[in-house]
Each structure stands twice: as C-alpha cells, then as structure tokens.
Design a protein around this ligand. Structure first.
Ligand SMILES: [Zn+2]
Length: 343
C-alpha cells in the first residue's frame, strides 16, 4: 500500500452514493448555490452506474424550504391546462399498468409528490379511493379543499398509511428531488400492502435529449433541484428489499422529447423567438403595450402548441420498430418508468 498525496486525494474524492466508486464532476457550468444559503452544489457522474448526482447533497430541511418558500411555480401556473391534460394521460397509463399487472377493480391509491393534485383528482373521478402527499403551499391547500381532494402536507416518512396499506402508489418526477432516494423507496414499499404496486417515473440519465443538449436539457435543472439523474442501472441498485422490479420502460413526454433537441426544432424555435422579440419590442416602442402582451401570449401558445404537435406525432409513430426497438427499448427516451411490487 502506498502512502502520500495520492491516497489523500482518493480519501477526499467524491464517491457515488450508490456504488461508492470515485466519481467525476460533470457540467461545471451548472454549479449553483441555493439562493443565499452559501453552499455551492455541483453535478458529479459515476461511470459505473451511470448516475448523475449532486454534491454536496442538500439536506431534507433545505429541500423542504426550497419547495415551500423559494421555488418559482410560474412555469407550472402558465401551463396549468397542459398539466391537467398530462394528469389525464398519466392516469390512463396508471389504469393500463394496473390492469396489466393483475390489478382488480378500483385500488386504494396514493400519489407521492402530488403537486396540485390533478392526478389524484383523475383517480377520484374514476372512483378510486385516492390520497396525495406533498409539501403543500397555501394555494394547493385551497385548491384541494375546493375540489374535495384528499391532499396531505407531509413527507412520505412521516405519513401514516391505513393499516391495510395502499394497493397502488405512484411517484411522478418526485424521486429525483429527494435527498435520499433509497430511504424514500423503502418508505414507498412500507406504504403498500403485500403485492401492492408502485409506479415510479423519473428523468432518464441516458435520454437522447441530455446527450445532445447537456446541461441545457430541460430536466437537468440546478443540482439542488434535481440532485439525481437516474439510469436504469442506478434505479435497479436503489430498489429496497421490500420492492421487486416488474418493469422498466422509457418514453418521451410532451414537455421533454428528442424532437425538441433536433436542429430543425431548435432552428424554428430560435427564429420564432427572434421574430416575436422584435415584434414585441417594436410594439412597446410605439406604446402598444397591450398588443405586445398579446403577441407575447401568441408566442407562448405557438411554441407550446408546436411541442404538443410533435408529441402527438411521437405517440403515433412510437409503435414503429425505429422508435420501439431502437429508442424506447434502449431506454433513450426522456422519461424512465419502473413498476415494482411490494414483497
Ligand atoms: Zn455508481
């Protein structure tokens, strides 16, 4: 065994939280501090399990503070209509998976990281006994009360499940926001009754969009917002002993898809941005502020419309061998989805 600086540097090295291999910094341009907290967070990548993770890891208190006090929900507010459509689509996938994995009737269902509760609402409308948990702000509490939804302000570990457990749990894009996904997945298993099913969807570390756009990929985010970007290999290693893996799949979503990182889309997008910026600027200069506001809204609708159209195109062609075998089966689509069963 050699002594000296080499060993010291290995001891100081940042190790992958899953497999403990020495990991390397990635995308240094994405380094960021949590507002005025002072600590600086960076992305690291593990070559062994293909995991991207944040170092240092934000604490549970920091994470709760971010989402209850500091996170800007404007992006979601502007797209409330699309988020509702997305909830309907997600619920259809849940119904399909519930049937495919032998589920019978209407399950006792919990959505972990439920946000505004759109998905809980869909499940409730279909007659499922539905609960959602999240760190809720006043807006969400008001909305839940008004819609008669059972949303609880709680972390998963403090939440007390009914004694018989849930039959079906979903977690859409919330695991990557947590500080300790292994602990969270264990808690998901504990909420389920025996044979209960969990559906967990996260951004995909091996997505074609990430390979193409790097840290500009929409789901890369600041390191403390998405402390994790999971690969299939990493997710498999994270599964606790109370959950057994049943399915791994990969699909694009309306808001993250390979098309939007193609040169054609990027070129059209840049041109549109330039034209609308010029038009809005010109209108404001001559005092037509209302018209400028309308033009701005028009740009937003056109761009989101373009995304939705390309996504609908993807849904149509996704059964072709090129997408199905060459893209989704190789798990290169933007979203990874796993189904696991409580054992
Ligand atoms: Zn690793």
């Amino acid at each position: 065994m050699t002594e000296g600086p080499e060993n010291d540097s290995l001891a100081d090295a940042v190790r992958c939280p899953i497999c403990k291999r020495v990991s390397a910094p990635i995308h240094p341009e994405n380094r960021a501090a949590i507002w005025d907290y002072g600590r600086v967070f960076e992305n690291y990548s593990c070559a062994n399990c293909e995991l991207i993770f944040c170092h240092p890891m934000p604490s549970d208190d920091e994470i709760r503070d971010i989402y209850t006090k500091r996170y800007d929900y404007e992006w979601f507010r502007r797209r409330a209509l699309l988020k509702r459509a997305q909830a309907i689509h997600r619920f259809q996938r849940l119904q399909q998976l519930w049937g495919e994995f032998g589920g019978d009737g209407r399950p006792r269902f919990i959505d972990i990281g439920c946000g505004h509760g759109w998905l809980v609402g869909c499940a409730q409308n279909a007659g499922w006994i539905s609960t959602g948990i999240d760190f809720l702000d006043d807006d969400q509490v008001r909305l839940a009360r008004c819609k008669g939804l059972d949303l609880r302000d709680s972390s998963i570990e403090r939440f007390v499940a009914p004694s018989e457990g849930y039959e079906f749990a979903s977690m859409w894009h919330s695991l990557e926001h947590t500080s300790d996904p292994r602990r969270i997945l264990k808690a998901v298993g504990n909420l389920l009754g025996v044979n209960g099913l969990a559906v967990i969807a996260v951004p995909n570390r091996n997505a074609a969009g990430l390979a193409k756009a790097g840290s500009k990929w929409g789901w890369f985010q600041k390191p403390f917002i998405h402390p994790w970007c999971f690969s299939v290999r990493a997710l498999k290693q994270l599964l606790p002993d109370n959950l057994r893996l049943e399915l791994v799949s990969s699909r694009d979503t309306w808001d993250q898809q390979w098309v939007q990182y193609s040169s054609v889309f990027q070129g059209t997008d840049s041109l549109m941005k330039w034209v609308f910026r010029w038009v809005c600027g010109a209108l404001r200069r001559v005092g037509l502020n209302r018209m400028a506001g309308l033009a701005d809204a028009g740009h937003f609708v056109l761009r989101e419309g373009l995304l939705v159209m390309t996504y609908l195109g993807y849904l149509i062609v996704r059964r072709t061998p090129w997408i199905r075998d060459g893209y989704e089966r190789q798990c290169r689509a933007s979203e990874l989805l796993i189904v696991a069963r409580r054992v």
